[in-house]
Design a protein around this ligand. Structure first.
Ligand SMILES: [Zn+2]
Length: 292
């Protein structure tokens, strides 16, 4: 059951969002050689790059420092950011994010646990946020995974809160993968679709693995979904049915939700953070094994 509360909600981009976008983002329309064309705009619609009257979209790149070593490269995306307003210049999508507590702090802790375990197991790991409070738009997160050509990216979210929060074992345990045809809308109503069938096939396979390993580790049922199952526009978010980070990604990206309140408290305790992390690590190891 999807719960229509705060997690995943966002704020509208400000009119000056493009000018304040600090990371260069992929320019899908201009890149005709990429085998991973991820988004498109129907020919009958206004081209996304013409939606705004600002300067043309910047060239494709995000600066990432690749970790040393040869293990599979995994991008870990701890959900949420201190408030950031941004528009993806390539598609015109609103890629703003906002702080959601205690979720943002809890899932960052989970991400750090996952990171440490994966590095110990021989993986190379990049986090989409260098620190808990670094402002990071949804577009920047996707650009990092794309620039790194990650083998797999995973988002970590939960549903914490005194009002609308869900027990860690009680629900909202969901794994989302990318599907061709999933879309989101720009503020002007242009639909931007996920179109990469190869990435979608891998994402679906990885999603099934995440579902089974998380369920086994958390001892609860975990839902598997190829889209959000409802129109995010019904929550006041940009309309559509895929999480923005997945839509803008050129790599398989698994988006994880979970319950967010441990017994007797708002937010996750250390034991539940560890359990959430263990399921994610087991899933990564099954999706992309380290070659030995
Ligand atoms: Zn969230």
């Amino acid at each position: 059951m999807i719960v229509l509360t705060a997690c995943g909600a966002t704020t509208s981009g400000s009119p000056s969002a493009i000018a304040t976008q600090s990371a260069a983002l992929p320019t899908f329309a201009a890149n005709t050689t990429s085998p991973h064309k991820t988004t498109s705009v129907p020919p009958s619609s206004t081209p996304a790059t013409h939606v705004h009257s600002s300067a043309p979209a910047p060239p494709t790149t995000a600066t990432v420092n690749l970790p040393a070593g040869s293990g599979p490269l995994i991008v870990i995306d701890p959900g949420h950011s201190v408030t950031v307003h941004a528009t993806d210049p390539a598609t015109g999508l609103d890629v703003s994010d906002y702080e959601n507590e205690p979720e943002m702090r809890d899932v960052y802790s989970v991400a750090e646990l996952v990171r440490a375990k994966l590095i110990a197991a021989g993986y190379r790991v990049i986090m989409t946020k260098p620190t808990l409070t670094t402002p990071t738009s949804l577009g920047q997160r996707a650009a990092i995974a794309n620039a790194a050509r990650a083998a797999l990216a995973l988002s970590i979210h939960d549903q914490a809160g005194s009002n609308g929060g869900i027990g860690f074992d009680a629900g909202n345990n969901t794994v989302y993968y990318q599907s061709v045809g999933d879309y989101r809308e720009t503020p002007s109503g242009t639909k931007v679709y996920f179109t990469d069938s190869a990435v979608a096939a891998t994402s679906r396979r990885y999603g099934q693995i995440f579902q089974s390993y998380r369920a086994a580790t958390q001892h609860t049922s975990v839902a598997l979904m190829g889209n959000t199952g409802y129109d995010l526009g019904s929550r006041g978010l940009p309309a559509g049915d895929i999480w923005i980070v997945q839509l803008l990604s050129h790599v398989p990206w698994i988006y994880n939700e979970a319950g967010g309140n441990s017994a007797g408290q708002v937010g996750l305790d250390v034991a539940d953070e560890q359990t959430y992390a263990n399921g994610l690590v087991a899933a990564v190891e099954a999706c992309v094994p380290v070659q030995r």
